[in-house]
Design a protein around this ligand. Structure first.
Ligand code: TXA
Ligand code: MG
Length: 322
C-alpha cells in the first residue's frame, strides 16, 4: 500500500492539537483521538452520539505501548499479544491510573488493541502515544470499512480521514477480558474463543449479549447495533423466497430469487462474508427498500460464523432508541 509520509505528519499534528483523525484498520475504520486528552475524547463521544458509559478501545503500536496503559501485564496478555498482535483482538485489563475515566466509561478496565494496518501503525509511532478508536460511525449504525464510508459523515474541520483502502477483515475485533478470574470473550470476532483457548492452553467463556437495559460492559453487546436505516430481517434459507416480496433487497448466499427482488450475493465462507458484509448492508440500504431480507448463514462448520451472526442479529434487531 502506498501512502504519503506527509499525511502521517499532518495527521499526527492534528492529534497533538487535540483534533480527531479517522484511521484505517484491518477490521473497520476508527475515530482516533489522543487517549490522554479528555477534551478530545469527549469530542469523539459527541461526534458519535455515544452514551458516556460506553468505553472506547485504546489503540497502541505494540505490547510495550499496551503495558504503559495497564496496572499489570499478566502472562496471558503477553501470550495473546505475541500470538495475535498486530491484529483483530482487543484485550481488557485493569487500567493504569493515567488512563482518563472518560476513556473507560467510568469503569476500572481498559480495552487495548494493536491494529494490523501499516498506515495506522505508522501513525501510532509518529504520534507516540495511545489513541482511542471507536468505529468511525454514528452510534448504532453500520461500521465503516472504506474511507468513503467515513467521509461526509462529519465535516473535514472536525474529522481528518486517512485513506488506507478497504478493510481486510471487515467486522470489529474480538474483545477478550483478562480482568476477571477466567478469560471471557465479550464481543465475538474473527479470532474465535477456540483460537484464544488454544493459545492460552485453557478454557475461555463467552458472555452472551446483555438484554436491553443490561449493563453496558461492551457497546457491541447492545441489542440493536450495526443497523441499516431500512428494516432488516434475518431468515432461514428455506424462508427467504417467501419473505422477499417484489421491491425488497435480499442478501443471500445460496438462494435464487426472481428478478423483481434485488439480490446481493455473499460468499459461503465466514472471513470473505465478513469482509463484504458492511459494504453490502450499506448498498442494500442505499436502495431504500421496504425490507432487507438476509439469508441466515449455516454456522455449524466454522466458529467464525458466530461473529458474523452476532452482527447480523443486531442489524436486524428492533430499534431501541430509533
Ligand atoms: O475492531 C475494532 O475493535 C474497531 C477498530 C476501529 O479498532 N473498534 C471498535 O470500537 O469496534 P467500538 O468503540 O466501536 O467498540 C468498542 C468495543 C465494545 O463493544 C466493548 O466490548 C469493548 O470495545 N470495550 C471497550 N472498552 C472496554 C472495556 N473497558 N471493558 C470491556 N469492553 C470494552
Ligand atoms: Mg462500534
Amino acid at each position: 500500500m502506498i501512502f504519503a509520509a506527509s499525511d502521517i505528519v499532518l495527521a499526527a499534528a492534528r492529534l497533538r492539537e487535540g483534533g480527531v483523525v479517522a484511521f484505517p484498520t484491518e477490521t473497520v475504520y476508527g475515530l482516533g483521538a489522543d487517549a490522554f486528552n479528555e477534551a478530545s475524547v469527549r469530542h469523539v463521544f459527541e461526534l458519535k452520539g455515544r452514551p458516556s458509559n460506553n468505553p472506547l478501545i485504546v489503540h497502541i503500536a505494540d505490547a510495550a505501548g499496551a503495558r504503559r496503559c495497564v496496572q499489570a501485564w499478566p502472562a496471558a496478555a503477553a501470550t495473546l499479544a505475541d500470538a495475535f498482535w498486530p491484529g483483530p483482538l482487543s484485550i481488557v485489563l485493569p487500567k493504569h491510573a493515567s488512563i482518563p475515566e472518560i476513556v473507560t466509561g467510568g469503569g476500572p478496565n481498559v480495552a487495548l488493541r494493536s491494529p494490523d494496518h501499516p498506515l495506522t501503525l505508522a501513525l501510532l509511532r509518529a504520534f507516540g502515544g495511545p489513541l482511542v478508536g471507536p468505529s468511525a460511525n454514528r452510534s448504532g449504525s453500520v461500521s465503516p470499512t472504506t474511507a468513503a464510508h467515513v467521509r461526509g459523515v462529519w465535516p473535514l474541520a472536525d474529522v481528518l480521514v486517512l485513506d488506507g483502502g478497504p478493510c481486510r477483515i471487515g467486522i470489529e475485533s474480538t474483545v477478550v477480558s483478562l480482568a476477571g478470574a477466567e478469560p471471557k470473550v465479550l464481543r465475538p470476532g474473527m479470532i474465535t474463543p477456540h483460537d484464544i483457548a488454544r493459545v492460552l492452553g485453557r478454557g475461555v467463556t463467552f458472555e452472551a449479549p446483555a438484554p436491553d437495559g443490561g449493563p453496558l460492559d461492551s457497546p457491541g453487546r447492545l441489542v440493536s447495533h450495526y443497523a441499516p436505516a431500512a428494516r432488516a430481517l434475518l431468515v432461514e434459507n428455506t424462508d427467504v423466497a417467501a419473505a422477499a416480496r417484489p421491491g425488497c433487497v435480499a442478501i443471500v448466499i445460496r438462494c435464487e430469487l426472481p428478478p423483481d427482488v434485488t439480490t446481493l450475493r455473499l460468499p459461503d465462507d465466514a472471513p470473505a462474508y465478513a469482509a463484504a458484509l458492511y459494504d453490502t448492508l450499506r448498498r442494500a440500504d442505499g436502495l431504500s427498500p421496504p425490507l432487507i431480507v438476509i439469508e441466515r448463514p449455516d454456522d455449524s462448520q466454522d466458529q467464525r460464523w458466530a461473529a458474523v451472526l452476532d452482527r447480523l442479529s443486531r442489524a436486524c434487531a428492533p430499534r431501541v432508541t430509533g
